[in-house]
Ligand binder design. Structure first.
Ligand SMILES: *[C@@H]1O[C@H](CO)[C@@H](O)[C@H](O)[C@H]1NC(C)=O
Ligand SMILES: *[C@@H]1O[C@H](CO)[C@@H](O)[C@H](O)[C@H]1NC(C)=O
Ligand SMILES: *[C@@H]1O[C@H](CO)[C@@H](O)[C@H](O)[C@H]1NC(C)=O
Ligand SMILES: *[C@@H]1O[C@H](CO)[C@@H](O)[C@H](O)[C@H]1NC(C)=O
Ligand SMILES: *[C@@H]1O[C@H](CO)[C@@H](O)[C@H](O)[C@H]1NC(C)=O
Ligand SMILES: *[C@@H]1O[C@H](CO)[C@@H](O)[C@H](O)[C@H]1NC(C)=O
Ligand SMILES: *[C@@H]1O[C@H](CO)[C@@H](O)[C@H](O)[C@H]1NC(C)=O
Ligand SMILES: *[C@@H]1O[C@H](CO)[C@@H](O)[C@H](O)[C@H]1NC(C)=O
Ligand SMILES: *[C@@H]1O[C@H](CO)[C@@H](O)[C@H](O)[C@H]1NC(C)=O
Ligand SMILES: *[C@@H]1O[C@H](CO)[C@@H](O)[C@H](O)[C@H]1NC(C)=O
Length: 384
């Protein structure tokens, strides 16, 4: 009797328990699936939110931060789009922690996104007012045509590695775009001991586009191996940045074909503090479902316990092109792409950096939007 009752009670207790997850994978590997007496739910890591921790917890952005020089004019410019840009990576200076660099894709001669190929080149901008910027141009890193810039510090090499697509071409004479067939989309890499350069000549690593590098180095394994993801989630590794890259993953389980509901581009990959892998990508679902409309669902998140296999793409919005500003404005951008996260030393996400284009304009700029709450402390600790 007693036994039957306790079984019954246990059964009733189980019924009453909310089971929102059974394992950390149900929390997008962005949190822990934990049970208290009554509830099993995802406890999200800082910066992530939602029942499955699949959504970036974006905080309001501040107007005129990031790299927005679309109002710049120069009589020699061919176009009217100022120093339009299209996303980049924030780097904290290694010697001066209050100095932040942004390596960013800019379009030359006042040209806009429409002429990205071949006007895009890479610049270095600096902010002394904190990681959100505003960043100001300080240096041309390359001439045209270089695009898809991504830069990271390789601890094993004690060098910065700069990845991009493109090739050195003659300075463009117009803002006119040229067909992809005229240009190799090949991914190239360059290195420098200082973020200020000088950079070694680019050399081609793989045939692909939208490079997303991440060093496999960890304090416990000081390997110089580098992982490199490109368009369509093809993942490569090389013994070091200078070495030969070989594909290490099988095709992912979702349909990467253009115009499928799981069509993405611009991957950005990272390994979290637990050793799990993540990616953000530009999700093109509204182009597919809304006849070419590019907003508002623009962000996808993918995750895996291993680099080589097991990637999950939960087909849902990880972030959108609608941005809240500290001035109270809410703006839905026509485009928001090339998103990259800046993390603190504990791999907590602090800022999302994206290329954005407002509605009805052809200029574009690089937006920096804080994530979660930790960025406030981070800025305060640095004295901002
Ligand atoms: C268990 O977690 C739920 C959801 O967070 C909460 O409402 C509840 O109070 C918690 N119960 C205990 C005993 O901590
Ligand atoms: C970017 O610059 C344009 C002027 O070219 C301005 O209208 C817009 O408000 C700025 N946006 C942000 C978010 O700073
Ligand atoms: C562009 O906007 C910034 C921020 O409002 C302002 O400081 C600057 O003077 C403007 N530049 C031009 C050329 O209008
Ligand atoms: C615009 O970019 C050019 C480099 O092409 C640079 O010389 C200039 O200082 C930049 N101006 C602003 C306001 O970003
Ligand atoms: C920077 O590079 C761009 C593109 O090649 C060029 O138009 C511009 O004049 C350069 N600016 C400086 C200051 O070197
Ligand atoms: C990449 O470069 C190789 C060799 O330089 C070339 O054969 C190939 O066509 C290029 N890729 C594309 C997409 O053009
Ligand atoms: C490079 O990739 C493109 C696009 O996938 C393909 O058409 C081309 O044949 C490839 N070239 C080489 C040299 O692998
Ligand atoms: C270090 O990491 C690399 C890359 O993931 C791996 O191939 C290698 O086996 C690791 N070495 C050790 C000792 O774990
Ligand atoms: C992938 O998506 C494309 C474009 O929508 C579609 O034509 C194709 O049938 C899909 N492939 C699979 C295996 O579902
Ligand atoms: C889809 O977009 C195209 C090009 O902008 C336009 O010509 C067409 O009428 C649109 N179709 C629908 C169903 O809205």
């Amino acid at each position: 009797m007693y036994c039957r009752n306790s079984l019954l009670l246990a059964f009733l207790a189980l019924l009453a328990t909310t089971l929102a997850c059974t394992k950390d994978d149900d929390c997008s590997l962005n949190g822990i699936c934990k049970t208290n007496t009554t509830t099993t739910i995802c406890h999200c890591d800082p910066g992530w939110t939602g029942p499955d921790c699949g959504r970036l917890d974006l905080a309001p952005a501040t107007r005129w931060t990031g790299y927005n020089h679309t109002n710049y004019t120069d009589p020699a410019y061919y176009g009217a789009y100022g120093n339009s840009s299209w996303g980049g990576r924030i780097i904290q200076d290694r010697d001066d922690p209050k100095l932040f660099h942004l390596l960013v894709d800019q379009f030359s001669h006042g040209c806009g996104l429409g002429g990205w190929r071949p006007t895009s080149f890479i610049v270095r901008a600096e902010s002394r007012s904190g990681p959100q910027g505003p960043y100001k141009w300080v240096q041309n890193v390359t001439s045209s045509f270089r695009h898809n810039a991504d830069v990271l510090w390789s601890p094993a090499d004690r060098k910065y590695l700069l990845w991009a697509i493109g090739a050195a071409v003659e300075d463009p004479k117009t803002c006119k775009s040229i067909p992809g067939s005229q240009f190799p989309n090949n991914v190239s890499v360059s290195s420098a001991s200082s973020i200020r350069g000088p950079w070694t000549p680019f050399h081609i690593t793989i045939n692909g586009t939208n490079p997303a590098p991440w060093p496999l180095y960890s304090p416990a394994n000081k390997t110089s191996q580098i992982a490199l993801a490109v368009e369509d989630f093809k993942i490569f590794t090389a013994p070091d940045w200078n070495g030969a890259f070989t594909r290490v993953n099988e095709d992912v389980a979702w349909n990467t074909t253009d115009y499928s509901p799981t069509w993405t581009e611009d991957p950005f990959i990272w390994r979290d503090k637990r050793g799990n892998w993540h990616a953000l990508a530009h999700w093109m679902i509204d182009i597919v479902e809304k006849n070419g409309t590019k907003y508002p669902r623009v962000g996808a998140h993918m995750f895996s316990r291993r680099l080589e296999s097991g990637w999950t793409f939960k087909v849902q919005e990880a972030f959108s092109s609608t941005v809240e500003f500290t001035d109270g404005a809410v703006e839905t951008f026509n485009r928001r792409e090339r998103s990259k996260i800046f993390f603190d030393e504990d791999m907590r996400p602090l800022y999302l950096v994206s290329g954005v284009q407002a509605m009805g304009v052809k200029s574009s700029f690089t937006l920096v939007q804080p994530i979660g709450k930790r960025w406030r402390e981070y800025e305060k600790e640095l004295g901002f």
